[in-house]
Design a protein around this ligand. Structure first.
Ligand code: SF4
Ligand code: SF4
Ligand code: SF4
Length: 574
C-alpha cells in the first residue's frame, strides 16, 4: 500500500499518497492551480509554466503538475512571484496569438482568455514577429488555425494517446508549430478523425469543420423537407453547453429545441441503434454457426473503421458489414420513409446530430455518400440553439416524432463503451435461445479501457472483448495477431469511454475536466435511461416489428443488405 505524505498548501494541511504531485494535493485541499499544457488523463509535461508555485526545498518556482510532494513540504500557490511569472507567460503566449476573440467559437470558453482576464494581462505588451500560418481545412471534420495555437501540445498528446500520431511539433524556436508529417494536409495524413485533439485544445486553434450554414440554408429552402435525428449520447451532454450539471439527460429539451429550429421532423437515432443490433446480432450468429471470419468486430465507429482500413487491413473481413446507426438512419429515410410518404429523396435533407467528428467524415465515404446530408456535432447544435434565441433551460420536455420515436434501452446505451456489446448480447443470446432472458451484462460496463467476458448461450461459448481508445484497440489487435487471445465478438470505440467522450461533445473548462469523471457521469445518464425503459432488448422494439414487417422482411435479408450494410477497403497511408 502506498505510503501517505502530509504537507501544507497555503497553510492548509493535506495528506495524499506518496508520488502525488503538488497539483493533486492542491486539488485535495480544494485549491485550484491554473494550468494550460496539463490535462487529466491526456497530457502532463510541465512545459507551459502556468502552474508554477513556491515550495520549500525547491530552488525557484516549480511546475505543480509534475513536482512530487514531500513530507512536511510547504507550498504557496499565489505569491507575487507566482503571479508575476504566470502573467509573463500569458503575455508571451499572446505576443503571437491571433486575437480574434469576437468571432472565435471558443469565445467565453477559452482557457487563455479566462486566465488573461484573471491575471489582468495587457495583450499588447510584447509584439511578436508576424508569423502567419495557413489554416488547414483539408479534412471534412477538423480545422486547424495555428495562428491561434499556443503550442501547449495537448492535441499532440491526445493523438499519441490514440496511437495514431498524425500530428506533432514541426520547426524550431519561434517557428515551432503543430502539423502532420512534412506539413502535409491533415486529410492526407493517418488522422482517423476522432476529434480527441479538438476537445483537448484549450483555445480556439482546433474546431470541427462546421456544416451549420448548410443546415440553416436547407431549413430556409421551401423545397427541402429537413429531418433531424440525434445520436444516443447527445442527450447526455447537450445540457453542459447550457451550464447544466455533467450527466444531465436533456432528451425532452433537446427535442423541443430542435423542433424550434424548424425542421419537418425530429427523430430518435436510438431507433437505428436498435436496427444495428438486429442486423449485427444476426450477422454474429451466422458467423458463429459457420465459424467463418471470426472474431467479428463492431462497425459503428467510423474512426475505428478508418484505423482498420489504414493500419490493420488484414482485419477488414472481420468487421461487421452493418452501416453505423447514423448511415443506417440516413439510408432508411431516403428509402423506406420516402417511398412510404411519396417524397422525392432529392428533396429530403437529412441532418444527424452526433457526438463525433469522424461521422462528418463518414458522410463523405464513397460507400455511404448521400445517406446523410449534414452531420453536426453536439457543439454545433448548441450554437444553433443559442443563435436562434431559444431559451434551452426554460423549454418543456417534448417527444420525438413517430414512427421513429420509440427505442429500447439497448439503443440508448450505444453511447457508452460496452453499450453496443451489451445491447448485442441481449438480442443475440435471445435469438440463439428463446429462453435466455438475461438483460444485464455488468462485465462489459464501466470505463476500464479493456473489458473481457465469457458467456455460455445455447450450448455455445461466446468470448467477448470491449475496448475504447485506439491505443487499447491496438493492444487487442496485436494480441489476436500473436495468438495470445481468442475472442468471438469485439466492440471497439475510438474515443476513450465511447461516444459520451467523443470529439464533438461540449468542450468543458479545464477546472471541470480535471476534477470530474466525465466519461462515467455522462454514461450514467444513458444507463439510467436504459434501466427505466420498459423495453430493453432491441428485438422487443415495436419499431423493429414495423420495419421488418413492412420493408426488410428479416434481419440480414437481401433488402436489408442492399440498404443497411456496407463494405470497406484498404487505405494505404504513409
Ligand atoms: S482527429 Fe484524432 S487522429 Fe486526427 S489528429 Fe486529432 S486526435 Fe489525431
Ligand atoms: S492546437 Fe490547441 S492543443 Fe494543439 S498545441 Fe495548439 S493550442 Fe495546444
Ligand atoms: S467513439 Fe463515438 S464519438 Fe468517438 S469517433 Fe467513434 S463513433 Fe465517433
Amino acid at each position: 500500500m502506498a505510503k501517505n505524505v502530509t504537507l501544507k498548501i497555503n497553510n492548509i494541511p493535506v495528506t495524499v499518497p506518496e508520488g502525488s504531485t503538488i497539483l493533486d494535493a492542491a486539488r485535495k485541499a480544494h485549491i485550484e492551480i491554473p494550468t494550460l499544457c496539463y490535462l487529466k488523463d491526456v497530457s502532463c509535461v510541465g512545459s507551459c509554466r502556468m502552474c508554477v508555485v513556491e515550495a520549500t526545498g525547491a530552488r525557484g518556482l516549480v511546475a505543480a503538475c509534475v513536482a512530487p510532494v514531500a513530507d512536511g513540504m510547504e507550498v504557496r500557490t499565489n505569491t507575487p512571484k507566482c503571479r508575476e511569472s504566470r502573467k509573463m507567460t500569458l503575455e508571451l503566449l499572446l505576443s503571437k496569438h491571433k486575437k480574434k476573440c469576437l468571432s472565435c467559437e471558443r469565445n467565453h470558453n477559452c482557457e487563455l482568455q479566462k486566465l488573461s482576464l484573471g491575471y489582468g494581462v495587457d495583450e499588447d505588451r510584447f509584439k511578436g514577429e508576424d508569423f502567419v500560418l495557413p489554416i488547414d481545412d483539408s479534412a471534412p471534420y477538423v480545422v486547424r488555425d495555428n495562428d491561434k495555437c499556443i503550442n501547449c501540445m495537448r492535441c499532440v498528446a491526445a493523438c499519441r494517446k490514440q496511437n495514431v500520431n498524425a500530428i506533432g511539433p514541426i520547426g524550431r524556436g519561434f517557428n515551432v508549430h503543430v502539423g502532420s508529417a512534412f506539413d502535409m494536409p491533415l486529410f492526407e495524413s493517418v488522422c482517423v478523425g476522432c476529434g480527441q485533439c479538438i476537445v483537448a485544445c484549450p483555445v480556439g486553434a482546433l474546431s470541427e469543420r462546421s456544416t451549420v450554414n448548410e443546415v440553416w440554408d436547407a431549413l430556409a429552402d421551401p423545397v427541402k423537407q429537413v429531418v433531424f435525428f440525434t445520436a444516443p449520447s447527445v442527450r447526455a451532454t447537450l445540457g453542459e453547453a447550457f451550464d447544466m450539471p455533467v450527466g444531465t439527460n436533456v432528451e425532452g429539451k433537446m427535442v423541443a429545441a430542435i423542433r424550434r429550429l424548424g425542421p419537418a421532423h425530429v427523430f430518435n437515432m436510438d431507433v437505428t441503434a436498435d436496427l444495428t443490433i438486429m442486423e449485427e446480432a444476426s450477422e454474429l450468429i451466422n458467423r458463429i454457426k459457420t465459424e467463418k471470419t471470426m472474431p467479428m468486430f463492431t462497425s459503428c465507429c467510423p474512426a475505428w473503421i478508418k484505423y482498420v482500413e489504414q493500419k490493420y487491413p488484414e482485419y477488414i473481413p472481420n468487421l461487421s458489414t452493418c452501416k453505423s446507426p447514423q448511415a443506417m438512419f440516413g439510408a432508411l429515410l431516403k428509402s423506406y420513409w420516402c417511398e412510404k410518404n411519396g417524397i422525392n429523396p432529392e428533396n429530403l435533407y437529412v441532418v444527424s446530430v452526433i457526438p463525433c467528428t469522424a461521422k462528418k467524415y463518414e458522410c463523405h465515404r464513397e460507400q455511404l455518400e448521400g445517406d446523410v446530408d449534414a452531420a453536426i456535432t453536439t457543439r454545433e447544435l448548441a450554437r444553433m440553439i443559442k443563435t436562434a434565441g431559444i431559451k434551452f433551460t426554460e423549454l418543456p420536455n417534448e417527444e420525438f416524432d413517430n414512427p421513429f420515436a420509440t427505442a429500447t434501452g439497448g439503443g440508448a446505451i450505444f453511447g457508452a463503451t460496452g453499450g453496443v456489446m451489451e445491447a448485442a448480447l441481449r438480442t443475440a443470446a435471445h435469438m440463439m435461445d428463446g429462453a435466455f432472458e438475461v438483460l444485464d451484462f455488468p462485465d462489459v460496463r464501466g470505463t476500464n479501457p479493456i473489458k473481457e467476458a465469457v458467456y455460455s448461450v445455447a450450448g455455445k461459448t461466446v468470448r467477448v472483448a470491449v475496448a475504447s481508445g485506439l491505443d487499447n484497440a491496438k493492444t487487442i489487435l496485436e494480441q489476436l495477431k500473436s495468438g495470445e487471445k481468442q475472442y468471438d465478438f469485439i466492440e471497439i470505440m475510438a474515443c476513450p469511454g465511447g461516444c459520451v467522450n467523443g470529439g464533438g461533445q461540449p468542450t468543458l473548462s479545464d477546472s471541470v475536466r480535471n476534477s470530474t469523471e466525465l466519461k462515467m457521469a455522462r454514461a450514467k445518464a444513458l444507463y439510467t435511461s436504459d434501466k427505466h425503459n420498459a423495453l430493453r432488448r432491441s428485438s422487443d422494439s415495436p419499431v423493429m416489428d414495423l420495419l421488418y414487417n413492412e420493408y426488410f422482411s428479416f434481419p440480414n435479408s437481401p433488402k436489408s443488405h442492399e440498404i443497411l450494410h456496407t463494405s470497406y477497403k484498404e487505405d494505404k497511408r504513409i
